[in-house]
Design a protein around this ligand. Sequence first.
Ligand SMILES: Cc1cc2nc3c(=O)[nH]c(=O)nc-3n(C[C@H](O)[C@H](O)[C@H](O)COP(=O)(O)OP(=O)(O)OC[C@H]3O[C@@H](n4cnc5c(N)ncnc54)[C@H](O)[C@@H]3O)c2cc1C
Length: 310
Amino acid sequence: MECVVVGAGVSGLSCAIRLLERGHNVRVMAKEFSPDLVSDVAAALWYPFLAHPIEKTDRWGAETYTELMRLGEQEPMSGITMRLGREYLREVVELPGWRNNITHFRVLESNEIPKGWIFGWEFESPIIEMHHYMPWLLQRTRELGGIIEENIVEDLDEISAEVIVNCSGIGARDLCQDTEVKPVRGQIIYINQDPGFGRFDQQPETLTYTIARRDCTVLGGTAQNDDWSLELRDSDRETILQKCEAVWPELDRSKIIGESVGLRPSRSEVRLESEIVNGTLIIHNYGHGGAGVTLSWGCADEVVSLIEGS
Ligand SMILES: Cc1cc2nc3c(=O)[nH]c(=O)nc-3n(C[C@H](O)[C@H](O)[C@H](O)COP(=O)(O)OP(=O)(O)OC[C@H]3O[C@@H](n4cnc5c(N)ncnc54)[C@H](O)[C@@H]3O)c2cc1C
């Protein structure tokens, strides 16, 4: 089929690759490309966070986990490694549904939990270095025969194709007049120091993370609803550092090497559904919040199923 994918973030390129692998013709149209996207700012840890509905995100997440692990083993240029992390919680909660679909998960002993938290778990998950992964996705799309076009789409109606896959992220707010799409602002810090294992508190109100990549560690974070500012804020930097020091007292501020900010494309639920407009099949795939990388391959596979089952 003749497919146009709108968007060249992690969602759009994963869909483009899956469609090309299945033998479809694909053009990717986007107004901006890596390294200027929120996908480039992603930290990026595999972990279902700020994305709903849970029964679907658990499934998409599990499928993506398997694929990211495979890419890490078979495609060294993709920049994916596996790491241990510990999630700390301030109350005892039900264990996450995805725990049975990953390589390692165990509840922490009380002597492994820092002061101020009472519960937690250790898990192994893929760390995706987006400055390697985004170029790899783009190259893979081209290698498979995908055509990449810079183009601002004002209206999906203007595209001539059998199928349109709409992966416009926060751009869907204007493109689809979908006011449910809102930014959740995230500021991060890069530090040239390794915490050994990742330390996390991923409740939106207390959001704290230390994500160890091979080149640096990403410290976060903030999750500010409906905040469109892309300016770095001193107050956020200080809050992030204090939160990270609480879980990683050895953190050395003199080793900070940079920072960044991005807007997560949040929505009450990921919009992954099809509609037919003027005879064209449109598959929407946006609103992945803080888990666009975590859900990418599972969502791409579902997009292909919707197209091929239509
Ligand atoms: C600080 C921070 C940390 C994060 N950490 C993680 C993490 O650890 N793990 C994780 O899974 N996720 C993480 N995320 C979330 C993740 O970055 C997003 O969920 C993901 O990048 C969304 O990808 P996307 O492809 O849907 O959108 P985008 O990357 O925003 O791509 C959208 C594309 O659509 C194009 N577009 C939009 N409108 C139009 C239009 N009208 N015409 C043409 N093109 C258009 C854009 O130009 C772009 O190419 C983090 C986000 C932030 C901000």
